[in-house]
Design a protein around this ligand. Structure first.
Ligand code: BGC
Length: 763
């Protein structure tokens, strides 16, 4: 085995002019290798390494290759096939120092096979499934010559008006941190230097999810305690898991843009957290320092960014233009540039590119005959992972599962929407390869059953919104606009409903509505679809809503109208099959919400773990002079952690092993969970802790652990949760991370609201 590997290495070395050929010994010691290379570089070559460019279809390839061969580009993104990237790497091998390029891409929730959007993956609460999605994404992307992904995106989002909520893993610090770790390990495998691994670059550092009012790119103003306690841990978790890169956020933080923020980039990231990898600006962010109003011109912007520790500049020419002059005038030091270059070279070293620049590009004769071939997809895995991410929100009178012999009226603008099924940031996914809900139902419906399709409504009747969503997509508009009148479409759908036993309505958002730059003031399903739902309800036929959306929606009215609601987010390539599996009961839904569903947009923020207050509202008691809105019911429509199943589960009383805990001790909280229904199923048992009285106010509860368990009908199992002092620690007003002696409540439940509680004391 060993011999074979060695032979492989020799073959690689012989065929390429790589560093290993000339200095194989040097490659053993990363720091020495990088320092040695740095010494040989001219200033131009150094600055070239800091340049990361986007490759658009319109760009002159020959010119790019010339630039690469001249040592003026360090890496690209958006060029995503081996035949595209090979000539660029060849050009790098013609450059004076033969420093390899790296090739990056936004592989967020799949590469060619598209998995459910991140918010959906989080809904599975299934770390194994989430990890599998990341591993497959890395394998597919690496097989297409990619070296690094701009992911995972772990911005805590507590304001669903923000369109990028879809891209993250929800509102909860603990859950997102767990997933951050899983995703980094999945992308990087045992090492980012493996041929089937991608380097991860966690983003957007930091706090991007807290932009004011959910308006994309806006400011973030946040107390240090809140940052440390709630928003920073997921990035830290990704870094502790070994993320090789960090992408810096576009927003400002307490008055200083992240891209110019020396506290964030130096003091916190490098010094406190000990991050030793590559930092990359977001798209055009260095130039935007002028727009932010912290740099008077490009020169100052470049200076602020390099001084703050932004290693690579994404699609921005200011480093190239300004760094030489800044150095000459003494405004920056050689070490500012060298430190950045060192990280770029270090990252390339860690990606295995100095050993073999063609590690992921391979040989031309091994290129896939058809890059887009269906055989390159991982459909079975995508279907399995997608069905784990669906959340059953309502199931009145056991409307679901459907009978395969039923006549189903399938309506709604999202029933036959292959692009939307993939969600935003769908990497190299192809709409033609995604399974729509119509495809999925048709594949399962039995001999006696029938699916009658009618579109019923457009996504929206608001032309300005359609135009906005189709911006940049003029050739093949994403949002299809059926030219029939809204009433004609509704009439057709009602006719279909009248002939059917049950209505399945696929409604919600087009994928572009939950995307970058897609903030909303309103979380309703667009009016065109609400009119459709109302008309369908009036038929008296059982109504199942299949929601597709990238953020929580306010569906108060629809919750009253519908008999059953399945939240499917954007479920990916195999979405239609996965949804059909759940609708027909071939898979029992087990997802739980990773983010709260508000009753209305006016309730935002609605995250479950808010701080305690002096005048809390108590359900069932008069609300006067308590913290609430008097014109609506207090509390969310669906709480964090909520999700139903086709079976039912009961929890026994919780048992605590002791009512006291020593600082070095352990406490066991146990509960027996029983499947009390007629079918096998999975549920997520969640453990929350509340610090009853601290030196500062603390959240009403915080998720600290959970277990997802599969139980056969009638089966029961006792679950144990270990609680230690670590679970009780928090950042106090001095930003000291410590637990304080005193009383704590432990809560266990199947969602964040419906819990049982016991107390113990930390001694
Ligand atoms: C986004 C990043 C993304 C980058 C490259 C930016 O607009 O904010 O998340 O990685 O584009 O596609």
């Amino acid at each position: 085995m060993k011999k074979l590997c060695l032979l492989g290495l020799v073959a690689t070395l012989a065929s390429h002019p790589v560093w290993a050929e000339t200095k194989p010994a040097a490659l053993k010691d990363k720091d020495a290798f990088v320092s040695d290379l740095l010494k040989q570089m001219t200033l131009d070559e150094k600055i070239g390494q800091l340049r990361l460019i986007s490759i658009g279809p319109e760009m002159p390839r020959e010119l790019i290759r010339k630039e690469i061969a001249a040592g003026r580009i360090g890496g690209t993104f958006n060029s995503i096939t081996r035949p595209e990237n090979r000539p660029m790497q060849d050009a790098a091998m013609r450059s004076r120092l033969k420093i390899p390029m790296f090739f990056a891409y936004d592989v967020i929730h799949g590469h060619r096979t598209i998995f459910p959007i991140s918010l959906a993956l989080a809904s599975s609460w299934d770390m194994d499934a989430i990890g599998r999605s990341g591993r497959i994404a890395a394998q597919e992307a690496a097989a297409d010559s990619l070296d690094i992904t701009f992911a995972p995106m772990v911005d805590i989002s507590r304001d669903p008006r923000w369109g990028r909520t879809s891209e993250g893993f929800g509102e909860d610090t603990y859950l997102v941190s767990r997933i951050a770790e899983v995703m980094v390990k999945a992308f990087q495998g045992t090492s980012p230097a493996n041929a089937d691994s991608l380097m991860a670059s966690v983003k957007h550092f930091a706090l991007y999810g807290a932009v004011e009012g959910g308006r994309d790119y806006n400011v973030v103003d946040m107390s240090p305690v809140k940052m440390y306690q709630d928003y920073l841990p997921p990035y830290h978790a990704a870094i502790k898991a070994g993320s090789g890169g960090v992408m810096v956020a576009l927003n400002s933080i307490n008055g200083v843009p992240a891209t110019a923020n020396t506290w964030l980039m130096n003091d916190l990231l490098r010094k406190d957290w000990g991050f030793k990898g590559l930092t990359v600006s977001d798209h055009g962010a260095i130039f935007e320092l002028i727009k932010h109003g912290v740099a008077k011109d490009g020169r100052e912007a470049a200076k602020l960014a390099i001084k703050a520790g932004i290693d690579m500049s994404m699609n921005d020419s200011l480093y190239g233009k300004e760094l030489p002059g800044l150095l000459k005038s003494g405004e920056i030091e050689q070490s500012d540039i060298d430190n950045a270059v060192r990280e770029v070279l270090g990252a390339k070293y860690d990606m295995g590119l100095f050993k073999d620049p063609y590690l992921r590009i391979g040989k031309a004769e091994d290129d896939p005959v058809d890059t887009y071939a269906d055989s390159r997809l991982h459909r079975a895995e995508a279907r399995d992972i997608a069905r784990r991410s669906l959340v059953l929100l309502k199931n009145h009178n056991d409307t679901l599962p459907l009978k395969k012999s039923a006549t189903i009226a399938l309506v709604g603008p999202l029933a036959k929407a292959p692009i939307d099924m993939m969600g935003s940031w769908a990497a190299a996914g192809r709409p033609a390869q995604s399974v729509t809900l119509q495809d999925g139902l048709n594949a399962v419906i039995g001999e006696k059953g029938k699916v009658i399709y009618a579109r019923g409504a457009n996504i929206t009747n608001d032309k300005a919104v359609v135009d906005y969503l189709n911006f940049l997509n003029f050739d093949a508009p994403e949002v299809v606009d059926d030219k029939r009148s809204p009433q004609a479409m509704i009439d057709e759908a009602v006719q279909a409903a009248k002939q059917a036993d049950v209505i399945v309505a696929a409604v919600g958002e087009s994928r572009g509505m939950s995307h970058e730059s897609s903030s909303r003031t309103d979380l309703n399903i667009p009016q065109s679809q609400r009119d459709l739902i109302k008309a369908l309800k009036a038929t008296g036929k059982p109504l199942v809503l299949v929601l597709m959306n990238g953020r929580p929606l306010s569906i108060l009215e629809e919750n009253q109208q519908a008999d059953a609601i399945l939240e499917t987010w954007f479920a990916g390539t195999e979405g239609g099959n996965a949804i059909a599996d759940v609708l027909f009961g071939d898979y029992n839904p087990s997802g739980k919400l990773p983010i709260t569903f508000p009753r209305s947009v006016g309730q935002i923020p609605t995250y479950y773990n808010h701080l305690t207050i002096g005048r809390p509202f108590t359900p069932g008691k008069p609300g006067n002079y308590t913290s609430q809105y008097f014109d609506d019911t207090t509390g969310p429509l669906f709480p964090f952690g909520y999700g139903l199943s086709y079976t039912t589960f009961s929890l026994s009383d919780m048992a605590l092993s002791s009512t006291t805990l020593n600082k070095t001790g352990k406490l066991d909280a146990s509960v027996t969970v029983k499947n009390t229904g007629k079918v096998d199923g999975e549920t997520v048992v969640q453990l929350y802790i509340q610090d009853v009285a601290g030196s500062m106010i603390r959240p009403i509860k915080e998720l600290k652990n959970f277990q997802k368990v599969m139980l056969k009908a009638g089966e029961e199992r006792t679950l144990h949760f270990t609680i230690t002092e670590d679970d009780l620690k928090f950042y106090n007003t001095q930003l000291k991370y410590a637990a304080e002696p005193g009383e704590f409540n432990v809560q266990i439940g199947l969602d964040s609201q419906d819990v049982q509680q016991q107390s113990f004391e930390l001694l």
